[in-house]
Design a protein around this ligand. Structure first.
Ligand code: SF4
Length: 281
C-alpha cells in the first residue's frame, strides 16, 4: 500500500477532537485494506491529538483509529465508524510522530493512548504501535469497548499499561438497543483483565433516560467492585458535541432532545460505584 506523501496528505493532527474527517483513505484498494489488517504494518487513523488530560494518567498523546462495528446512539465520532474515513498511516510514521513527544510525555507523567473508533478493529496495528511506544519508554493506554479483547494474547496485554474499558450498559437488552451489539464479550474481557491483574479504568457514559437505570448501574458497580483491578471509574456526562457529525453524515440522530445529566444524577451514579469501594469521578 502506498502511504500518501506528506506534502499531499491531510495533517495527521486534528484541529480539535471533534473535527469531522471523512474519506481520507478512500483511494486505498480493498485488497490493501485487508493486507493492512492482516499485517498491522499500516493502520487507518482518524487523527492524532495532543495535550489530552482525560484519556489516561497525566498528559496524553492520543491516536484515534478509524473503524468501529458498534453503533452507539450517543457516539460523538460517527466519522470513525468507517475504516476508510481514516488516513492510511504506517507504523513507522505513527511511531515517528509519537517520538516527537517522548520527552514531554515523560516530564508530564503522561503517555500514549490509542482510542477510536475501536482500536481492536485493527488489533495488529495496535499491538505494533504499543510495542513501539514501550520501546521508547512511553506509558501506553488502550481505550476500547472490549468487544474484540480476545484478539489480544496474554503477552500482548503486557505491552498495555492501562486499559480504559468502556462498558456501555449492564442489561444485555438495553445494551443491544444502545449499541447494536452484545455486552457479554466486553464483560468477559473485563474478567480476563482482572484475572491477569491488568490495570483498568472503567468508563461509563451517563445518558438521562438511557443509561441511568438505578438497578443496572448498581449491578454494574457490584460487578466492577468484585473484579479487583479497577483503579478508577469515570462517569462521563452525555453531551451534544458530536451531533453535528451525525447531521453532516446524514445518519438519523435520535438523541436530539436529550439533555446532559444533572449534577445530582452524576453524583448519584458516582455514589453507586463508590458504594462498591471504587474511586469514581
Ligand atoms: S464504541 Fe465508541 S466509536 Fe464505536 S459507536 Fe460506540 S461510542 Fe462510537
Amino acid at each position: 500500500m502506498l502511504e500518501r506523501q506528506a506534502a499531499a496528505a491531510p495533517a495527521l493532527e486534528a484541529k480539535n477532537p471533534f473535527e469531522l474527517r471523512v474519506d481520507l483513505g478512500r483511494d486505498v484498494p480493498e485488497s490493501d485494506v485487508r493486507n493492512a489488517l492482516a499485517t498491522g504494518d499500516m493502520g487507518f487513523l482518524h487523527s492524532f491529538t495532543t495535550g489530552s488530560a482525560v484519556d489516561g494518567p497525566g498528559v496524553r498523546v492520543v491516536a484515534w483509529t478509524a473503524g468501529c462495528m458498534w453503533r452507539c446512539l450517543y457516539c460523538h465520532n460517527p466519522d470513525t465508524w468507517k475504516m476508510t474515513n481514516g488516513l492510511p498511516v504506517s507504523v513507522t510514521r505513527a511511531s515517528e510522530e509519537l517520538r516527537k513527544y517522548r520527552r514531554g510525555l515523560g516530564v508530564m507523567a503522561g503517555g500514549f493512548t490509542l482510542s477510536g473508533g475501536d482500536p481492536l478493529m485493527q488489533h495488529r496495528f495496535a499491538v505494533k504501535l504499543f510495542a513501539a511506544a514501550k520501546g521508547m519508554g512511553i506509558h501506553t493506554a488502550l481505550d476500547t469497548n472490549g468487544y474484540y479483547g480476545d484478539r489480544l494474547s496474554d503477552a500482548e496485554l503486557q505491552s498495555i499499561d492501562l486499559v480504559l474499558l468502556d462498558i456501555k450498559e449492564w442489561d444485555p437488552e438495553r445494551h443491544r438497543a444502545l449499541t447494536g451489539m452484545d455486552n457479554r464479550p466486553t464483560l468477559e474481557f473485563a474478567e480476563r483483565l482482572a484475572a491477569r491483574k491488568r490495570p483498568v479504568w472503567l468508563r461509563y457514559v451517563l445518558v438521562p433516560g438511557l443509561t441511568d437505570n438505578v438497578a443496572g448501574i448498581a449491578e454494574l458497580a457490584a460487578f466492577a467492585g468484585r473484579l479487583g483491578n479497577i483503579e478508577r471509574v469515570d462517569v462521563l456526562p452525555f453531551h451534544q458535541m458530536g451531533r453535528f457529525k451525525w447531521e453532516r453524515l446524514g445518519i438519523p440522530y435520535t438523541l436530539g432532545s436529550v439533555s446532559p445529566p444533572t449534577t445530582e444524577l452524576v453524583e448519584r451514579t458516582c455514589a453507586a460505584f463508590r458504594n462498591e469501594g471504587l474511586r469514581a469521578y
